[in-house]
Design a protein around this ligand. Structure first.
Ligand SMILES: [Zn+2]
Length: 326
C-alpha cells in the first residue's frame, strides 16, 4: 500500500517495510539530492523495517523516522516533491524517475471492463493513481535505462536524471519495454538522439510488428529506430542481455511487450495501467492493450513469476514511487 500525504515544505519522513535483503534506499527531491543510506535493523518475520528520513525541497536537517508510525507490511509516505526513489537489492540498484509532472490519475473509463460497482467499491471513481515513469538500473558496473518517457517538453526524465547526476551520455544500455510514444518519446530531442552512447535493445517481435503498421501509426517509431539503427539490437524473449538482464515475454499490451528481470527486480513496462484495480483483478484490461486476452494472460503469468521468485516489480505506470511495495 502506498499512502500520499500533502506536499511538504520541510523535512518529511519515509517509513518503508521491505522484504528483500539486503536493502538500502535513497531518496532525492526536486532541489537537492539528499541521499541517505539506512542501516538495516531488526527483522520481524520475513519483513524488515526500513526507516528513512530525507530532506525535501531544500531542507537540510533530516529527522529520524519514528518507528511507531510504522504499519504492518509496506508503507511509503510520498509527497509530490519526490520524483526519484532508489532501492537496492543485492547487486542491483534501481531508481524510479518520474517523467510526468504533478499527479496523474488514469480515468476509470480507460478500463471499460470494470463495472461501476467495482470502481465505486475501490473508491476509484475519480481515477486510478498512476505515473509515467522510467527506471535506471546500476548493475554489473553498468548504467541501464529502461524506457525514456514522453520526451520534452511534457516529459521530465532528462531533468530527473540530471538531478541524480546522470547525463544522457552516461547511458550505455537502453532497454525498451515497447514502442508506445510514452516509452520511446524521450529517445529523441527534435531530430537528434538524446543518448549518443547507448546501445538500444528491443524485442524482435515488437520491432517487426511496428514496422508493418501504417505510416499514421508508426511514424515516431520509424524515425526513432532509424536514428539509432547502427546500435539497435533485437532480441528474442528469454535472452540474457548485457548487464545480466533477462528479457521476458509480456506480450499482449503490444505484440513484443517485454518485462525485464534485473537481479531481484522485475521491470514490467505497461503490464498494469491501474495497479489499484488490476492487481486484484488482472482480467481487467486498459483500452491501450492491443490484445486484451494475451494482456490478461501475461499480467497473471508475470505477477505469478514475481511472486514465485520473490521479485520486486517496477512499472512504468505504477503510482509513485513506481515500485510495488508489498
Ligand atoms: Zn505506457
Amino acid at each position: 500500500m502506498i499512502r500520499k500525504i500533502a506536499p511538504c515544505s520541510g523535512n518529511i519522513i519515509i517509513v518503508a517495510h521491505l522484504r528483500i535483503l539486503p536493502v538500502y534506499a535513497y531518496l532525492c527531491c526536486n532541489q537537492n539530492l539528499s541521499r541517505m543510506k539506512t542501516n538495516l535493523r531488526k527483522s520481524l518475520w520475513a519483513a524488515l523495517t526500513l526507516a528513512l528520513t530525507l530532506s525535501a525541497c531544500g531542507g537540510s536537517n533530516a529527522k529520524k523516522a519514528d518507528n511507531e508510525t510504522a504499519q504492518p507490511d509496506t508503507t511509503l509516505v510520498m509527497t509530490d516533491s519526490i520524483t526519484t526513489v532508489s532501492l537496492r537489492t543485492g547487486d542491483t540498484k534501481l531508481t524510479w524517475l518520474k517523467d510526468n509532472a504533478g499527479e496523474k490519475l488514469m480515468p476509470h473509463t480507460l478500463f471499460p471492463d470494470a463495472t461501476d460497482g467495482l470502481i465505486d467499491s475501490l473508491a476509484l471513481a475519480n481515477g486510478i493513481p498512476s505515473t509515467i515513469s522510467v527506471f535506471l538500473a546500476e548493475r554489473e558496473r553498468k548504467l541501464i535505462l529502461f524506457d525514456t518517457g514522453n520526451g520534452a517538453p511534457q516529459g521530465h526524465m532528462a531533468e530527473e536524471m540530471k538531478r541524480i547526476g546522470v547525463s544522457p551520455a552516461d547511458i550505455k544500455l537502453l532497454y525498451l519495454t515497447h514502442f508506445h510514444s510514452d516509452h520511446i518519446g524521450g529517445m529523441m530531442r527534435g531530430d537528434t538522439v538524446l543518448f549518443p552512447n547507448a546501445e538500444v535493445y528491443a524485442s524482435k517481435a515488437e520491432y517487426e510488428a511496428w514496422m508493418q503498421m501504417p505510416k499514421e501509426q508508426n511514424a515516431l517509431v520509424v524515425k526513432t529506430m532509424e536514428a539509432y539503427k547502427d546500435r539497435l539490437h533485437l532480441f528474442e524473449f528469454g535472452d540474457t542481455l548485457p548487464g545480466g538482464v533477462v528479457a521476458l515475454d509480456a506480450a499482449g499490451h503490444t505484440p513484443g511487450h517485454t518485462a525485464y528481470r534485473a537481479g531481484q527486480f522485475l521491470i514490467v513496462g505497461d503490464l498494469m495501467h491501474g495497479v489499484a484495480l488490476q492487481r486484484e483483478h488482472p482480467d481487467i484490461c486498459a483500452s491501450f492493450d492491443m490484445d486484451k486476452g494475451a494482456s490478461a494472460t501475461a499480467r497473471k503469468r508475470i505477477m505469478q513469476y514475481a511472486e514465485d521468485n520473490d521479485l520486486r516489480m517496477a512499472g512504468m505506470h505504477f503510482p509513485a514511487p513506481g515500485f510495488l511495495m508489498k
